[in-house]
Design a protein around this ligand. Structure first.
Ligand SMILES: Nc1ncnc2c1ncn2[C@@H]1O[C@H](COP(=O)(O)OP(=O)(O)OP(=O)(O)O)[C@@H](O)[C@H]1O
Ligand SMILES: [Mg+2]
Length: 262
């Protein structure tokens, strides 16, 4: 919790939720052109949660993800990470928080096109200043963990959409984040490829205890999450726990024991 702990040692080890938004608003533009994309969002997320964020287009889902990912700041209200007010951190501390604790996955994969899978995944470690040998080993491991051992030297154009998204997930994982933020990760994929990505995310949540927040428009994909938060007009309209999330990657054995005959 380095950067976070150093910012507020009193918060370390407390029972604060991992993530908390309190009365967060976001206004884009100013004057007569001002648009309020978030109108008072309260949201609390515990470590280990797997949350699907749903809602109509323009309801503020990406805006809230960008704030959670420290890519943007609220206009009003507060964002607490481990009980620490993110808006009180310096820009450098916020960047550290982002690099050490948060991983991103986007709908369009956002890979560098002329660069191999391996090099794409190494990139966050390069920014961190890690040595080449360590970068190589960590990237290979991350690629293997998303089922892409042997594909290290392929460039994005030589990979399917599902494989490209796996590379993007490996790139998010290589820094060992606490939280994975995914904005419509299956939006560019067919249903089968989408399911494979969801199984991968469910497995990361279950086995590595990574907290996952994922925006999706598809009920099939949201069904993997344990909780569904629905946005309407810049507010949380509903927040419901799923009784029995699809638990494919958590291991068929676990699912079979928990729900025989499913
Ligand atoms: N940089 C910006 N400048 C001005 N308005 C913006 C900006 N980003 C988003 N908006 C507006 O804020 C509102 C919420 O946008 P946001 O991208 O969060 O929606 P969303 O729920 O992610 O929608 P979608 O499902 O289409 O991705 C929209 O009306 C959008 O036009
Ligand atoms: Mg969006």
């Amino acid at each position: 919790m380095d950067v976070v702990a150093s910012a507020a040692p009193a918060a370390a080890g407390s029972a604060a939720p991992l993530i908390e938004l309190r009365a967060v608003t976001k206004t884009y533009g100013s004057g007569s052109a001002a648009f309020q994309a978030l109108r008072g969002v309260d949201l609390s997320i515990d470590a280990g949660d797997f949350v699907a964020v749903m809602g109509p287009s323009g309801s503020g889902k990406s805006t809230v993800m960008n704030i959670l990912g420290c890519l943007d700041v609220p206009s009003r209200g507060s964002y607490l990470f481990h009980g620490v007010a993110v808006q009180r951190l310096t820009q450098d501390q916020r960047a550290l928080l982002r690099r050490r604790h948060l991983g991103f996955v986007f709908q369009g994969f956002n890979l560098l096109p002329r660069t191999s899978a391996q090099e794409n995944v190494e990139l966050p470690l390069l920014y961190r200043g890690e040595a080449a040998a360590q970068r190589r080993a960590a990237a290979r491991e991350a690629l293997a963990s998303v089922g892409l051992a042997g594909w290290e030297h392929h460039k994005p154009a030589e990979l399917s959409g599902g494989q490209q998204q796996r590379v993007a997930i490996a790139r998010a994982l290589v820094t060992r984040p606490t939280v994975l933020l995914a904005d419509e990760p299956t939006g560019n994929l067919d249903t089968q490829r989408g399911r494979e990505i969801m199984e991968l995310l469910a497995g990361l949540n279950h086995e590595r205890h990574i907290t996952v927040l994922m925006v999706t428009h598809e009920a099939d994909m949201a069904a993997y999450a344990r909780r569904v938060v629905r946005f309407v007009d810049g507010r949380v309209a509903s927040d419901a726990v799923h009784g029995a999330p699809v638990d494919a990657a958590a291991g068929a054995a676990v699912a079979a024991v928990a729900a025989p005959g499913r």
